[in-house]
Design a protein around this ligand. Structure first.
Ligand code: DX5
Ligand code: ZN
Length: 220
């Protein structure tokens, strides 16, 4: 299982994003947190920002939409050229139709679950997805404490993914650091978002590599 690190720029210098992205050349993608002050109590940026970032980088863009009415807004992010678009199941009226639409527009389709949302009701639609994002904090802010109570859900999701026989990535997001990444990897995650851990490190790129090494190690 290839372990991937996708740094979140939420706590980076947003006035100088190209430079911030250039600080993590070893990353496997850049995680962009779109918030609408409705689905979550915080506001970040939207489609025009993502379109600008797309023009300025070749990096794999991993969009995390924390917005209401995902059915209406998510497809445009795929059209903007993002490689992966994640919508929250709590914000989607028709997740299967939406996942199919994202794939039809050329993006990987991904669905996120808040910490208290169970995975079991979605077992039958896993094959429609390229990735499941399991939030390990309540979405809305960077720098929060990792919620260990999500670990059993990571394990259960890995079991359900195995049953599909497909290669569906399992991403964790929130409080991922050198202290917590091993537990996530052991439980079955293979894609790791890290915001403050990476951008508050003295050497962000070295931190990306250290986190990946720790994830690989935890699975041996
Ligand atoms: C939180 C966001 C995360 C956040 C992670 O709602 O989805 O991507 O930036 O930040 P850290 O790694 O600091 O918890
Ligand atoms: Zn995120």
């Amino acid at each position: 299982m290839g372990m991937k690190i996708t740094p979140s720029i939420l706590n980076a210098d947003l006035s100088n994003l190209s430079a911030e992205i250039a600080r993590v050349p070893s990353s496997d993608g850049i995680h962009l947190d779109v918030m609408d002050n409705h689905f979550v109590p915080n506001l970040t940026f939207g489609l025009p920002m993502v379109e600008s970032i797309r023009k300025n980088t070749e990096a794999f863009l991993d969009i995390h939409l924390m917005i209401a009415n995902a059915d209406r807004w998510a497809p445009a992010f795929a059209e903007a050229g993002a490689e992966s678009v994640t919508f929250h199941v709590e914000a989607a009226d028709a997740p299967i139709r939406l996942a199919r639409e994202l794939r039809a527009k050329g993006a990987r389709a991904s669905m996120a679950l808040k910490p208290a949302t169970p995975i079991e009701p979605y077992e039958d639609m896993l094959s429609e997805l390229d990735m499941v994002l399991l939030m390990t904090v309540e979405p809305g802010f960077g720098g929060q404490k990792f919620l260990d109570l999500v670990l059993p859900k990571i394990q259960r999701t890995r079991e359900l993914v195995k049953k599909t026989g497909q290669e569906i990535w399992i991403q964790v997001d929130g409080g991922v650091s050198v202290d917590t990444i091993g537990r996530c990897a052991e439980a079955g995650a293979d894609v790791f978002v890290a915001g403050s851990a990476v951008f508050r490190a003295e050497d962000p790129d070295a931190m990306v590599n250290q986190l990946r090494d720790l994830a690989v190690e935890a699975c041996h």
